[in-house]
Design a protein around this ligand. Structure first.
Ligand SMILES: Nc1ncnc2c1ncn2[C@@H]1O[C@H](COP(=O)(O)OP(=O)(O)OP(=O)(O)O)[C@@H](O)[C@H]1O
Ligand SMILES: [Mg+2]
Length: 312
C-alpha cells in the first residue's frame, strides 16, 4: 500500500443497522489502487456511492467490510489528516466567522506555525480570488464564494493529496477555469488529486485516470487515454466501394457522407467489424483508411452506464 496514494481493498458500506431486513450496500467491495502523481476523477450517477467512498477515505465513517489507505496509512489514522486537503460535498461553515478568521482556525488545526499563518492565508485567498472578501462574514457568501473558501481551506496545508467532493459545484465558468488552474498548479507542486464530479468535459480535461461507479460497483477504472483511445476506430471508405459501405453502415455508431462521395464511419472496437475490414483491406489495400478514434468521456460514460442499467 506504500506504492499507492490511495488504495482500497474490498471496501463496502451498508448504512444503518442490519436487522432482519437486509439493506442494499451503498458501496460493494471497492478495490482501487491509485499510483502517486495521479489526478483521478471519480464518476457515477447520483447515489452511486462516490461521497460514501470519500467519507470512508477520510475515516469519517466506518466501512462494513474492507479497508482503505491514504498515503500508505489507514484511513482512520489521525496524523495523516495533516497531509490531506479535503473539500466535503456542499460545505457549510459558521456564518458568523469572517473568511480570514475561519482560515486562521483551520491553519491552527492544521498546525501551521503562527509565524507562517498570515502569509499562507493571504496566499490561498489570492489563489481562490477571494482576497477582497477576507474580512467579510461567511454567512453572506454565495454558493460559489463558499465553495472557493472550501477550496482555500483544502489547500491551506500544502497537502500531499487533495480529496475533493464535487469541487466544481456552484462555480461560474471563471471559477471552474480557476479550479482547473489550481488543480494543474497543485499537480505541478507534486500534489495528488482525487475528486468526484458530474462535469465530464472538465474531468476529461484535468484527469489522468478515472473510475466509474454505478450502484456501488466500480464499472470501469483506468487511464483516460487507454479507456477512451482504445474504444473505437474511424474508417474512411473511399469512393467506389459501395459493397463494403453497405456491409459496414448498419454497424456504424455514426456515419458521414464525405464531399468526394466516400464515407466516414465510426465504430466501437468490434471483432466482427475488424475481421470484415481486415479481409477487405487484404484484397483491396487502397479501399479505405483506418484510424483509431477517441470517444469523448461523456459518450464513454453514457455508453457504459446504459449497458450497466440494462444488466441490472
Ligand atoms: N448517511 C446516510 N444514511 C443512509 N444512506 C445513505 C447515507 N449517505 C448516503 N446514503 C445512501 O448511499 C447511496 C450512495 O450515496 P452517496 O452520497 O455516496 O452517492 P454519490 O455517488 O455521492 O451521489 P451524488 O452524485 O448525488 O452526490 C445512496 O443510495 C444514498 O441514499
Ligand atoms: Mg456525492
Amino acid at each position: 500500500m506504500e506504492d499507492f496514494v490511495i488504495k482500497t481493498e474490498n471496501l463496502s458500506k451498508v448504512y444503518g443497522r442490519l436487522f432482519w431486513k437486509k439493506k442494499e450496500p451503498s458501496l460493494k467491495g471497492l478495490n482501487l489502487e491509485i499510483p502517486y502523481g495521479t489526478v483521478f476523477g471519480f464518476l457515477g450517477p447520483n447515489g452511486a456511492g462516490k461521497t460514501t467512498t470519500i467519507r470512508l477515505l477520510m475515516g469519517l465513517i466506518k466501512p462494513t467490510t474492507g479497508q482503505a489507505w491514504v498515503l500508505g496509512k489507514p484511513a482512520d489514522d489521525v496524523k495523516v489528516k495533516l497531509r490531506i486537503g479535503y473539500l466535503p460535498d456542499g460545505p457549510t461553515f459558521s456564518p458568523y466567522l469572517k473568511a480570514y478568521e475561519f482560515l486562521n482556525i483551520c491553519a491552527k488545526l492544521l498546525q501551521i506555525p503562527s509565524s507562517q499563518r498570515r502569509k499562507r492565508i493571504e496566499e490561498v485567498l489570492e489563489t481562490v480570488k477571494m482576497s477582497e472578501h477576507a474580512n467579510s462574514k461567511l454567512g453572506g457568501f454565495s454558493r460559489g464564494m463558499t465553495q472557493r473558501i472550501g477550496i482555500a481551506q483544502a489547500i491551506l496545508n500544502k497537502p500531499d493529496v487533495l480529496i475533493l467532493d464535487e469541487p466544481l459545484v456552484g462555480l461560474d465558468p471563471h471559477g471552474r477555469q480557476e479550479l482547473k488552474d489550481i488543480v494543474a498548479e497543485q499537480r505541478k507542486a507534486g500534489t495528488n488529486v482525487f475528486f468526484c464530479s458530474h462535469i465530464l468535459s472538465d474531468v476529461e480535461r484535468i484527469c489522468d485516470s478515472v473510475g466509474i461507479l454505478f450502484k456501488g460497483d466500480l464499472l470501469r477504472c483506468g487511464k483516460l487515454d487507454e479507456l477512451l483511445g482504445a474504444t473505437g476506430m474511424r474508417i474512411t471508405v473511399n469512393v467506389g466501394n459501395d459493397e463494403l459501405t453497405q456491409k459496414l453502415l448498419p454497424q456504424a455508431n455514426s456515419s458521414v457522407r464525405l464531399a468526394d462521395g466516400g464515407w466516414e464511419l465510426i465504430f466501437n472496437n468490434n471483432d466482427e467489424v475488424k475481421a470484415m475490414v481486415d479481409d477487405y483491406v487484404a484484397k483491396k489495400p487502397d479501399s479505405m483508411m483506418i484510424t483509431p478514434s477517441r470517444e469523448s468521456l461523456e459518450d464513454y460514460f453514457f455508453r457504459n452506464i446504459a449497458v450497466a442499467e440494462q444488466q441490472s
